[in-house]
Design a protein around this ligand. Structure first.
Ligand SMILES: Nc1ncnc2c1ncn2[C@@H]1O[C@H](COP(=O)(O)OP(=O)(O)OP(=O)(O)O)[C@@H](O)[C@H]1O
Length: 253
């Protein structure tokens, strides 16, 4: 497996609170689902990988680049895509203008931009809303604009923080297909609370609990851990609850 994301003893702190502690993680191509309860550190990890915040400790190597080096960080930012949990935007921009603006920030070649923007907007099913102002869109449509800006540069590393929040069931199914398509050629890390997204789209899954990785494996392996326990409606939900119950019991011991 060619490793595209290498995290070594990563620490993140806010004030005196340690949010991520000595995290080691290596990921290759495919779709990696990041699960964990509220406050586990998923957003903080994604923000760190997106180079929005610098590590408080440890080392990162992403797409073979060291983001602590300014030149390499700049190259990395050109090659990654990031959908933040709460995306800021200019309400008077149209869908096309906004995605184009992000393409410009990513320093995409000028001759490629129009086609790439149109393609990204098509891929999220918003082709007919390209000229609509962002302030006129629904929450789910805005989330799709967020996905379009994240994929406009055909990223080799795509980081998505709860991308399916607000999508209707039909859109969610289409979005999972898009994830699988991108994961076949690059690395996608997607944080989600929807365990069924993981089952449908992810090749691997990691479960964070208090900034530590308490499970890593395939969705099938996670589901198998839930056999015989009652908490949850699906095998994956039961696996998720079983791992968390074990992690909590370990933390108390
Ligand atoms: N900028 C910040 N300043 C202070 N504390 C923060 C900051 N960002 C996150 N935290 C704290 O870090 C911890 C991890 O938060 P994070 O948002 O990474 O978790 P999460 O797993 O993404 O949670 P959720 O599922 O609720 O989105 C939480 O306790 C949160 O309060």
């Amino acid at each position: 497996m060619a490793v595209t994301v290498q995290v070594e003893r990563l620490c993140q702190r806010f004030g005196r609170t340690t949010v991520i502690e000595d995290l080691d993680l290596e990921i290759g191509m495919g779709v990696f689902g990041l699960l964990g309860p509220n406050g586990a550190g998923k957003t903080t990890l994604l923000r760190t990988l997106a180079t929005v915040i610098a590590p408080a400790g440890g080392r990162l190597r992403l797409l073979g680049l060291d983001p602590s080096e300014p030149e390499q960080r700049r190259e990395l930012r050109r090659r990654l895509g990031y959908l933040p949990q709460a995306m800021g935007y200019y309400p008077n921009f149209t869908v096309f203008e906004f995605v184009e603006y992000i393409a410009l920030l990513k320093e995409m070649p000028a001759r490629d931009i129009r086609r790439a923007v149109a393609h990204a907007i098509e891929r999220v099913g918003l082709g007919d809303r390209a000229k609509a102002k962002l302030k006129t869109l629904s929450g789910g449509q805005l989330r799709r604009v967020g996905i379009a800006q994240a994929i406009v540069n055909d990223p080799e590393l795509l980081l998505l923080d709860e991308p399916t929040a607000g999508l209707d069931p039909e859109q969610r199914v289409e979005f999972r297909a898009l994830l699988r398509e991108i994961g076949a050629r690059g690395t996608v890390i997607v944080s989600t609370h929807l365990v069924e997204d993981v089952g449908a789209a992810c090749t691997e899954v990691g479960l964070l609990h208090r900034g530590r990785l308490v499970f890593r494996g395939t969705p099938e392996q996670l589901a198998a851990l839930g056999e015989g326990t009652g908490a949850g409606d699906t095998p994956l939900e039961r696996g998720y609850s079983a791992v968390l119950a074990g992690a909590r019991a370990g933390a108390r011991a």
